[in-house]
Ligand binder design. Structure first.
Ligand code: ZN
Length: 174
């Protein structure tokens, strides 16, 4: 497997075969379903991108804002999955983690968890080896639309690409 985030998931679920999911664009909803998380669309206010929560029946659900663009929905699902993989203890204690854009005072711990979930989402949706290859193509391209083609191939936003490039040390600022 090339996808490091998928490898991280498969370590937690050695009984599940994820190899067929190591494809592009990464089928993030199928990854969730394989580990028992249901993904549904819901009507939220514009500033809410989604939520992950645990029901009394013990099952986990990710609800995403149905009005958002597909690429943004994919990032939200991957972000929530990041919370599930990395912060399950917090999720189980608080029952839900809601993603809301409005400025709210995040504690230092919450802020750290948000960064970790974003970083996980970036790694899952933009596997390093393929990303580096495409990044070089894009850098050397004379095509003004190269960045959009890049984004479409991974089904992520151009901002997500910039952030991933930043996290990989390819660019200095944003
Ligand atoms: Zn979050």
């Amino acid at each position: 497997m090339q996808n490091e985030a998928l490898m991280e998931i498969s370590k937690k679920y050695p009984e599940i075969d994820f190899k067929d999911l190591d494809i592009m664009p990464v089928p993030v909803e199928v990854v969730c379903r394989k580990i028992g998380i249901d993904v549904e669309e819901r009507s939220f206010y514009e500033d809410v991108s989604g939520v992950i929560y645990k029901k009394n029946n013990g099952r986990y659900y990710i609800d995403i804002n149905r009005k958002h663009h597909l690429f943004r929905k994919r990032f939200t699902i991957a972000h929530e999955l990041g919370h599930f993989i990395k912060h399950k203890d917090v999720l189980d204690a608080e029952r839900e983690i809601l993603e809301r854009r409005v400025a709210r005072a995040y504690s230092a711990d919450e802020h750290m968890r948000e960064l970790e979930a974003n970083e996980f989402a970036g790694r899952l949706l933009m596997p390093k080896i393929l990303f580096l290859k495409r990044y070089n193509d894009y850098k050397d391209s004379k095509d003004k639309n190269a960045i959009y083609k890049f984004a479409v191939e991974f089904e992520v936003s151009t901002q997500a690409i910039a952030q991933r490039a930043y996290n990989l040390g390819l660019i200095n600022g944003r």
